[in-house]
Design a protein around this ligand. Sequence first.
Ligand SMILES: O=C(O)COP(=O)(O)O
Ligand SMILES: [Mg+2]
Length: 237
Amino acid sequence: MLDPVLTRLPGIRAVMVDLDGTMVDTLGDFQVALNGMLAEWQLPRVERWAVELAVGKGSEHLVRTVLARQRALVDAGPRDGAPVRTVDEASFDAAMARYQHHYRQGNGQHSAVYAGVVEGLAMLKAKGLPLACLTNKPVEFAKALLELKALDSYFPWVFGGDSFARKKPDPLPLIKTCDALGLPTAQVLMVGDSENDAFAASAAGCPVALVTYGYNHGQPIRSVKADAWVDSLLQLG
Ligand SMILES: O=C(O)COP(=O)(O)O
Ligand SMILES: [Mg+2]
């Protein structure tokens, strides 16, 4: 049995924790919101596995990827004469607005906190480590989800994909979060579930631990370079 991550990385003074795929399994929320929007565009429903491949790089990337995929499915399939709305750049803003409307309505209704998250956060807090939630999800949705799942009290800082000029995998959100924590990046551990978290951490100079149960664009998470991989947040300390 390996030593806990915090024992192997003794310089850690605070922790940044990703949200989707790390603390909450939100694929159901994404899928319901996307399907609400797709129905209005007369496009076919998206499957859960296809959402999993596209999630993690923010809402714009998700909606753009899924719209293009569902449109391509229609183009490749048999024609039955049913009207299909064109998905071009001009209609993207409208699709995005409808997606956000559906997401706001169902945020947290089709998602669940992963096993070990509450216990893991309580353990980190008990060690006196300040915690920041750092997600690519819009900050409004992130704050509402944390409240609904009773995780908000752990996070004095919550930053989303629209909090800074660029999103993960860019290092900027991590650098800004470390600034808010008042600590150098080398002393702040990033805990995430995807290469976006790992690439951002590496470029920012933060150590990174990856959970093995989240979403990584269909790629094995252990093939992504990290300081540690954990099956539960409890294994951090
Ligand atoms: O892409 C998203 O909206 C969610 O991403 P996250 O894994 O950074 O929380
Ligand atoms: Mg994630």
